[in-house]
Design a protein around this ligand. Structure first.
Ligand code: SAH
Length: 220
């Protein structure tokens, strides 16, 4: 860790972050708890140093290994949908990537579990999360499609890679009243999808059009 990472951009990042929050409000993010969480997590720590000056712009950024870091809007939107105005106990994230969404979730939930299939990315996320001193997160190298049955049930499951079908195993790990937020891919588009577990079964809502990397089976 270089000191410039905490000085230079770190010093100005609070102001840049507040601008980002104003932009997210303008883009329709309404949940103040989510906005507060995004204002507290230094996003520039999670992106490669060469990209740090773009960290607060509303872009998905390259993460290495052909993966991308979700844009601030997507992270805020998925968090807002997962929370749905309530409080979150346990949350499961599939696709840790750089760990930014994980860090935001840690501000919104009591316990966060996150699974990543690429070991080098998980190592990166672990470094970032240590740097911003966020605890109460369990990271695991593995296939997120299996979920984490030993930690289930979850109040929310957030998937950061696009699936072509809803993974049953993950639905089974939801609490009643819990929500799964995931990008679902069809032939021509991807849409954010919110599936809620009810006493009777599941309800499904299709939301914003999005663009995520595909969910891949197994570990890399
Ligand atoms: N929220 C992350 C998104 C990273 S991109 C961020 O903003 O950094 C999606 C991630 O999902 C990639 O890191 C990819 O390796 C991971 N992924 C894809 N399929 C997976 C699976 N089956 N299990 C766990 N992680 C998976």
């Amino acid at each position: 860790m270089s000191s410039s990472r905490h000085g230079g951009i770190g010093m100005t990042s609070q102001r840049t972050r507040l601008r980002m929050i104003e932009r997210l409000r303008g883009q329709g993010i309404r949940d103040e708890v989510v906005l507060a969480a995004l204002s507290e997590v230094p996003r520039h720590i999670f992106v490669d140093e060469a990209l740090a000056s773009r960290a607060y712009d509303d872009f998905a950024l390259p993460l290495g290994f052909g993966q991308t870091i979700s844009s601030p809007y997507i992270v805020a939107r998925m968090s807002e949908l997962a929370r749905s105005g309530g409080t979150l106990g346990k949350v499961l994230e599939i696709g840790t990537g750089c760990g930014y969404q994980t860090a935001v979730l840690a501000r919104l939930a009591k316990e966060v579990y996150s699974v990543e299939r690429l070991a080098p990315l998980l190592a990166k996320a672990r470094r970032h999360l240590r740097e911003v001193r966020i605890a109460h997160i369990r990271l695991r190298h593995g296939d997120g499609l299996l979920g984490m049955p030993e930690a289930a049930p979850f109040d929310a499951v957030i998937m950061s890679a696009a699936a072509t079908h809803v993974p049953e195993t993950l639905l089974e790990q939801l609490n009643v009243g819990g929500r799964m937020v995931l990008p679902m891919a069809s032939n021509r588009e991807q849409r954010l999808c919110v599936i809620e577990r009810t006493m009777q079964g599941y309800t499904e809502k299709k939301m914003d059009q999005v663009k995520f990397v595909p969910l891949l089976p197994g570990v890399g």
